[in-house]
Design a protein around this ligand. Structure first.
Ligand SMILES: O=P(O)(O)OC[C@H]1O[C@H](OP(=O)(O)OP(=O)(O)O)[C@H](O)[C@@H]1O
Ligand SMILES: Nc1nc2[nH]cnc2c(=O)[nH]1
Length: 178
């Protein structure tokens, strides 16, 4: 396995450097600081992928906020998605809260649409979402994000929280598998 991971890593293309990603996160934080300043938001990190983005965004946010996590997965070590599996739901009540969902990548939009629906079912009064990166696809998506850091091409990505077979989430740039 580790031989395959090392090969994928060395053959990958760097699409977005650390500098570019950090600038995008800073810009997103400015937008969110403006939009949610007085909303007492509950941030929901969609783990595992959203962890790096959420961590880096959080230190740039200036309003009072709460943080919780939700785990919905549908790729399970594959490079194409299947059925959503719910592994963790937030402990914090969502009733009457302004929720900001944080995820690494908006690809087909199935995961984000399901998390948004979950938040509404739980009684959130407003549901915002922010993604570090969105892939441009030829087909329409079931949902969209309010805050988008980077828009990129339709290739399988890793780094900044995104995995290749559960590895490479720690890569310090956004890479496409070749
Ligand atoms: O827009 P979609 O096509 O639904 O894909 C986006 C989702 O896929 C990844 O999660 P994954 O299921 O790989 O779980 P992970 O967060 O543990 O990596 C990613 O973190 C998003 O949540
Ligand atoms: N790691 C990773 N997860 C995804 N989930 C949906 N698209 C992607 C992707 O390109 N990379």
């Amino acid at each position: 396995m580790l031989t395959e991971i090392k090969t994928v890593q060395t053959q990958a293309n760097l699409l977005h450097s650390q500098q570019e990603v950090e600038a995008a996160i800073t810009k997103l934080a400015e937008q969110i600081n403006q939009a949610l300043a007085d909303k007492n938001p509950l941030l929901l990190c969609v783990i595992n992928g959203g962890i790096v983005f959420a961590g880096q965004l959080l230190t740039r946010l200036t309003m009072p906020l709460n943080l919780d996590s939700i785990q919905a997965t549908r790729y399970r070590n594959q490079t194409s998605g299947g059925q959503i599996e719910w592994l963790l739901t937030p402990k914090t009540p969502l009733l009457n809260r302004t929720v900001l969902i944080l995820d690494d990548v908006l690809d087909e939009g199935v995961t984000l649409a399901a998390v948004q629906a979950y938040c509404r079912e739980q009684g959130a009064c407003e549901v915002y979402s922010a993604v570090l990166i969105e892939k441009l696809l030829p087909e329409p998506k079931p949902t969209s994000a309010d805050f988008i850091g980077i828009v990129t091409e339709n290739r399988y990505l890793f780094g900044y929280g995104m995995d290749y077979k559960s590895y490479l989430r720690n890569a310090n740039g956004i890479y496409a598998c070749s």
